[in-house]
Design a protein around this ligand. Structure first.
Ligand code: ADP
Ligand code: MG
Length: 323
């Protein structure tokens, strides 16, 4: 396969059918038309084999995840995803790999009506960079710096599943059917994160700040606290756990994974608590359930407390490159 055969393969599966793509894959650059009077929202994330996904991850899942981590950033801005570009570095012109990768990318792109509009294909150690583009109404993007003292702190979905899945990758296979199912659920959460695009859009006019949880809850809320000039307090016993996590991970390890494990791709946000019950009911109704996990306080940094009100210390707050 030549470079151009690979590009054709990707294009056939991922180019999509958006009317706002004037020039897609195939020219020197893509040209899209923006909806009138909207802001363009842009983000980039790279996945490196052995760093962001284990060597041996299924190519379909790599394609899915490369887009998912970017859509999660678009979601955290409360934006509507539209287009993406893909810089793909491959050790060899492996047709089967690229076909399955494109299948995974296209599966998630289709769910969000996103079109792949360009990219670059090079040889080298496996690495994938996606740039996603979306739009939001002028000045309406959700930010990290809007948390205010007295706001509630909330998170969508469940925490710690992907980090538990990573841990269980090499574990010997569980004995019972329910344990097997639970392990499969955690691995699905690791390999095929569901970006909370609908939740982000819903929160546009409700949240005071928002961030996606990719490096660990405490680390990511730390960014919100720093950018907003506030402190954040978390109640560890309120952190949402999946049944799979409850079944397979002991309670002590569980809360560490929930607080500091990476790859959740949930949204953490702050909002004025007066709106709370309607906001949470509406989120649940659109399939993006969220719970209150803490509060914004005077001060700085993120602190976690157990059910007795004692401070909980974790060895680290989350994942950091170069740490
Ligand atoms: P150029 O040499 O002008 O940079 P390329 O030969 O790299 O162009 O790419 C040809 C076309 O294919 C361009 O439209 C480019 O955006 C697209 N393309 C290249 N690689 C990818 C990829 N991995 N995914 C999507 N589009 C790609
Ligand atoms: Mg090029």
């Amino acid at each position: 396969m030549s470079e151009f055969d690979l590009i054709d393969l990707i294009s056939a599966r991922c180019a999509g059918t958006r009317a706002d793509v004037r020039i897609g894959i195939g020219d020197d650059a893509a040209v899209v038309s923006m909806p009138p009077a909207h802001d363009l929202v842009v983000c980039t994330d790279t996945l490196v084999a052995g760093v962001h996904f284990p060597h041996g991850t299924a190519p379909f899942d790599i394609g899915w995840k490369a887009l998912a981590v970017n859509l999660s950033d678009i979601a955290a801005m409360g934006a509507t995803p539209a287009w993406a570009t893909l810089a793909l570095t491959l050790p060899s012109a492996d047709r089967d790999f690229v076909a399955a990768f494109a299948e995974g990318f296209a599966a998630l792109a289709g769910l969000h009506h996103l079109a792949l509009i360009g990219g670059d294909t090079t040889s080298g150690p496996l690495s994938i960079t996606v740039t996603a583009h979306g739009f939001s109404a002028p000045g309406k993007a959700l930010r990290r710096d809007g948390a205010r003292v007295g706001d509630g702190v909330y998170v969508t979905g469940t925490l710690g599943d992907a980090a538990a899945g990573l841990r269980l990758l090499d574990a010997s296979h569980p004995a019972s059917d329910s344990e097997r199912e639970a392990r499969a659920h955690l691995l699905e959460r690791l390999h095929r994160p569901q970006p909370r695009v609908a939740a982000g859009a819903f929160l546009r006019d409700l949240a005071s700040s928002c961030i996606d949880v990719s490096d660990g809850l405490l680390a990511d809320l730390g960014h919100v606290a720093a950018r907003s000039g506030v402190g954040i307090e978390i109640d560890v016993d309120r952190l949402p756990a999946s049944n799979a996590l409850l079944l397979l991970i002991s309670s002590e390890a569980r809360s560490v994974l929930q607080m500091t494990g990476g790859d959740d791709y949930e949204l953490a946000f702050t909002a004025n608590a007066a709106d709370e019950s309607t906001m949470l009911q509406d989120l649940a109704r659109i399939g993006e359930a969220a719970v209150r996990i803490g509060r914004v306080v005077d001060g700085n940094g993120v602190r976690a407390f157990d059910a007795q009100g004692d401070l909980v210390i974790t060895p680290r707050h989350g994942w950091e490159h170069f740490a």
